[in-house]
Design a protein around this ligand. Structure first.
Ligand SMILES: Cc1cc2nc3c(=O)[nH]c(=O)nc-3n(C[C@H](O)[C@H](O)[C@H](O)COP(=O)(O)O)c2cc1C
Length: 234
């Protein structure tokens, strides 16, 4: 069963502590009863589907997005993409805080004034912790070909990056098709160890990008350079 956010009226899950549409801090609610389970011999598949249809639609949507992501082509079909899904506000806040602390250290080392650091770090924290859902896109070289020389190893690594990026693009397109807003953030590349530690990732999972997901707060025109400045015809 889903509730409605008292601020924006959109549906939220019984387990949500903040509204994943508008970010409103939800009041504490009594623990929701578990979804009804069909009894053998009493309810068939159709009734079971109806009874649980509105249960965790967010998880269902993310399952769909990841399925779309994994239809991407990949070098040797090795599928070097890995995903970490964060739907709870606690998980998102924990990652945002850890990444924010690293960002503040990096900006301080760059010599930025304290106000600029606070502004940049605050903005990054808000974007990450406030996103209704996050998908961390990772890469593993575990199944890619191993070469003795750096030259071919480099190309193999590039192919893995290209494959993971294609999975990421599929995810973005699938999100768009569902009317969701999504943004690829490069920040995990700059604090990979912090991300790996905070999320307790397997050692070979290399964070590549963090995709924020939610309903779009605004729509903007795409700005693109004229095509003729990007193409050669021979
Ligand atoms: C590899 C990659 C890294 C990106 N990193 C960021 C980022 O850290 N922060 C951000 O706001 N957008 C990021 N973006 C989104 C781009 O800024 C965005 O796609 C670009 O400005 C064009 O906007 P549009 O896609 O809405 O047309 C990234 C996109 C890609 C593909």
């Amino acid at each position: 069963m889903s509730d409605a956010c008292p601020n924006c009226g959109k549906p939220v899950l019984p387990t949500d502590t903040t509204c994943w549409h508008c970010g409103y801090a939800l009041p504490k609610r009594p623990k929701a009863p578990p979804p009804p389970r069909p009894q053998p011999g009493r309810a068939g598949p159709a009734e079971a589907a109806t009874a649980t249809a509105d249960y965790d639609l967010r998880a269902l949507a993310i399952y769909g997005l990841l399925t779309a992501a994994t239809q991407a082509p990949s070098a040797h079909n090795r599928q070097p993409w890995r995903f970490v899904v964060m739907t709870t506000s606690a998980a998102r806040a924990r990652l945002a805080a850890a990444m924010g602390a690293q960002l503040r250290r990096d900006l301080a080392a760059d010599g930025l004034p304290a106000e600029a650091i606070a502004r940049d770090a605050g903005r990054a924290y808000a974007r990450i912790s406030g996103a209704p859902a996050l998908v961390l896109l990772c890469l593993t070289l575990a199944d890619m070909d191993a070469y003795p020389d750096a030259h071919r190893r480099g190309h193999e690594a590039t192919m893995a990056v290209q494959s993971v990026a294609m999975a990421g693009q599929n995810l973005l397109l699938a999100a768009h098709a569902l009317g969701l807003g999504a943004c690829w953030l490069c920040a995990p590349l700059f604090c990979a160890d912090v991300v790996r530690q905070t999320l307790d990732l397997p050692a070979d999972w290399q964070p590549q990008g963090l995709i924020t997901l939610g309903y779009p707060a605004e729509t903007r025109q795409k700005t693109r350079a004229p095509l003729e400045t990007r193409v050669l015809y021979r």
